[in-house]
Design a protein around this ligand. Structure first.
Ligand SMILES: Nc1ncnc2c1ncn2[C@@H]1O[C@H](COP(=O)(O)OP(=O)(O)OP(=O)(O)O)[C@@H](O)[C@H]1O
Length: 361
């Protein structure tokens, strides 16, 4: 069952696009990590899920309920921030009880739930202290208890462990994961720490410049990164492309900078394909008029695809490359063009078997 659905979420701050048409489905009881470099939009996405930010465009669903216009307090989410934000003038008990008091829960119920959640987090003996009388790890446990006490549908965590020392991080990390599974709660966890995401998450969404580059389980994103950026960011092991192809039936190239026809021909030969076409996914390559640095060729044919068009470029008599031309750009048959590959995937179509293989640039 899908718990959270993000559909075309865009968030702008003035002219700046912090989130760019994000689509993501998070399963019920799933632990999803949002991983990416500083400034990539992770927190903005989390706050948009929480309802703290309203998206500029797109819709958010919890289960099947459209919550896009619903304020945070009515979304039943638990939030844990990096700086914990405990109320300094309230004792631990009161800090944890606060969300239930806001909901005007009966006193007996508050007492029972605060005790229960404190037991789970091993902080029963701290209930009578003020936050400043606690260590960092204890404060963080209180913050987690406060987020869990109202039994939220979704737990949203923004770098919750980054203020803890290494040992404590490991300890709270294990505890958090255990609780999340035991309570069967859906968690979205923002981090820029690759090891943390790989160790904790059921799936990881890799974010760069407001876009999700890849979503997959830890093994998938680590061993089969879809982009050079992802491979570099996660420190994935490099592979020799031809070997990798033969072993796995998949083609992954890390070290090649710009694919040249010679490489294509070698791949075609190794795969025993007589005729092949190479294609780029939209936005993974640019096609420009004239000869420049990149793959040079002549326009051979075009086919419309929605508002975009696919242009086939003859690189030489044998190698053809398919590329998505930008909206509004017009090319002529036989016109000299250059294809500039960006970071991303290239697709190889075997014309005989109509099998498509993807590989990395
Ligand atoms: N309220 C705001 N007003 C203007 N720009 C903002 C606002 N909040 C975030 N941004 C910008 O949006 C981008 C994404 O910020 P965000 O905090 O979501 O990144 P992040 O991936 O969580 O980074 P970090 O790991 O450093 O916390 C940044 O360039 C940031 O400057």
């Amino acid at each position: 069952m899908v718990m959270i659905t993000l559909e075309g979420i865009t968030k702008k701050f003035g002219d700046f696009t912090a989130l760019d048409r994000i689509n993501l489905k998070i399963e019920d009881k799933e632990f999803m990590a949002l991983l990416g470099p500083s400034g990539s939009g992770k927190s903005t996405l989390l706050y948009t899920i929480a309802g703290i930010y309203r998206p500029t465009a797109g819709r958010i669903y919890f289960d099947d309920r459209d919550v896009t216009e619903i304020p945070p307090k009515d979304r039943n989410v638990g939030l844990v921030f990096q700086n914990w934000a405990l109320y300094p003038h309230m004792k631990v008990f009161k800090n944890i009880a606060f969300p239930l008091e806001l909901k005007k829960a009966p006193k007996g119920e508050i007492e029972k739930k605060v005790r229960e959640v404190s037991k789970m987090l091993h902080i029963e003996r701290l209930l009578d202290r003020y936050p400043w009388q606690l260590s960092g790890g204890q404060q963080q446990r209180v913050a987690i208890a406060r987020a869990l006490v109202k039994e939220p549908d979704v737990l949203l965590l923004d770098e919750p462990l980054s203020n803890l020392d290494a040992l404590l991080r490991l300890e709270v990390r294990a505890e958090l994961k255990r609780l999340q599974k035991e309570l069967g709660i859906t968690a979205v966890y923002v981090t820029h720490d690759q090891a943390e995401a790989l160790a904790m998450a059921d799936r990881i969404a890799i974010i760069k410049e407001g876009k999700i580059l890849q979503v997959g389980d830890p093994d998938e994103v680590y061993y089969k990164p879809a982009y050079k950026f992802v491979a570099g960011f996660l420190g994935s092991p490099p592979m020799n492309f031809v070997e990798a192809e033969i072993k796995e039936g998949n083609l992954y190239i890390y070290q090649s900078i710009i694919p040249v026809p010679q490489q294509y021909r070698e791949i075609v030969k190794k795969l025993n394909i007589s005729e092949a076409l190479f294609g780029f996914r939209p936005h993974d390559a640019e096609i420009v008029k004239g000869e420049g640095k990149g793959i040079k060729g002549e326009v051979y044919s075009f086919e419309p695809l929605g508002r975009e068009q696919i242009v086939t470029v003859a690189v030489d008599g044998e190698v053809f490359v398919k590329v998505f031309a930008p909206e509004g750009e017009h090319f002529k048959f036989g016109e000299k063009v250059t294809i500039i590959p960006n970071e991303g995937r290239v697709i190889l179509f075997d014309k005989k078997t109509e099998k498509a293989l993807e590989f990395l640039l």
